[in-house]
Design a protein around this ligand. Structure first.
Ligand SMILES: NC(=O)c1ccc[n+]([C@@H]2O[C@H](COP(=O)([O-])OP(=O)(O)OC[C@H]3O[C@@H](n4cnc5c(N)ncnc54)[C@H](OP(=O)(O)O)[C@@H]3O)[C@@H](O)[C@H]2O)c1
Length: 253
């Protein structure tokens, strides 16, 4: 039996990069998409890209911080009131603070872990009762190639550690939520051509692409959205606790 097309989707940090591609993808698939971010300018840009979806209330782009417990509760309440269930939760919001391993301030460490690791747990915990009301619920966590590889070129140790923790969280949540019929998976991109890299974006993408096993192509947010779409679909109905690499073979080298 095939599951229905996901219709109620929540993407954290959908105002940029991979998150914005995920919002676009699930809107294309006919879903109602809830997303949020902190920067009002980025939110305005996202809303402007999908005016009809905003007017038709298929895109709800809210101002909010994934690390704010009160906001998480409001978001879940908003979804409950409007839809009564959640089909797909994508923990995408993430930050990287580019400082050397021993130079990092403890506050920077804590801030990274709060966004990249604690918030995905907390939002999943808060949304679990709504996911239970879906016919085919799934949680997808945005991990990273850095989770399993201590690349010297990735200077942010707090980032790598947060993503390694997220991979274990994916498996632990898959165990805990499996009996309620909720699948939990991850996607681990290599270097993706996104705003996350700031001014180093073009150089980063090009340098890494040269080291890809698959022909020097840059990984785009849309490539990551393809993997997420698959994991959210009925074709992945027996896949849980898995993290799928999307890195053009980068981590093989
Ligand atoms: N780009 C890569 O090479 C790459 C590789 C592997 C994994 N990833 C992972 O993929 C995910 C998306 O990355 P990206 O490249 O798309 O990054 P990005 O372009 O920097 O986008 C990050 C998004 O997260 C939001 N965000 C950050 N902190 C937040 C918070 N506390 N609360 C709510 N929203 C928050 C940002 O909006 P505001 O700043 O306005 O809040 C933005 O919408 C991240 O988890 C990242 O670690 C990226």
């Amino acid at each position: 039996m095939s599951a229905p097309t996901p219709r109620v989707v929540c993407v954290s940090g959908g105002t940029s990069g991979i998150g914005a591609a995920l919002v676009g993808r699930f809107l294309e698939l006919g879903a109602r998409v809830y997303t949020f971010g902190r920067d009002p300018a980025r939110l305005a840009r996202l809303r402007a890209a999908y005016p009809e979806a905003v007017v038709g209330e298929r895109l709800l782009a809210l101002t909010g911080d994934a690390t704010d417990a009160a906001f998480r509760s409001r978001l879940v309440e908003e979804i409950r009131t409007r839809d009564g269930r959640l089909d797909v939760l994508i923990n995408n919001a993430g930050v990287i603070l580019d400082v050397g391993t021993l130079e990092a301030e403890l506050e920077q460490w804590r801030a990274t872990l709060e966004v990249n690791l604690v918030a995905p747990f907390a939002l999943t915990q808060c949304a679990a009762p709504l996911l239970e009301h879906s016919a085919a619920p799934v949680v997808i966590n945005l991990s990273s190639a850095c989770a399993g590889h201590p690349f010297a070129s990735c200077t942010s140790t707090s980032y790598s550690v947060s993503k390694a923790g997220l991979d274990m969280l994916t498996q632990r949540l898959a165990l805990a939520l499996g009996e309620r019929g909720i699948r939990v998976n991850g996607v681990a991109p290599g270097v993706v051509d996104s705003e996350m890299w700031g001014e180093a974006r073009a150089l980063m993408a090009e340098t890494v692409a040269r080291r890809h096993v698959l022909g020097g192509e840059v990984v785009r947010p849309e490539d990551v959205a393809d993997a997420v779409e698959f994991l959210a679909s009925a074709r992945a109905r027996l896949i849980t606790g898995a993290t799928l690499k999307v890195d053009a073979g980068y981590t093989l080298g």
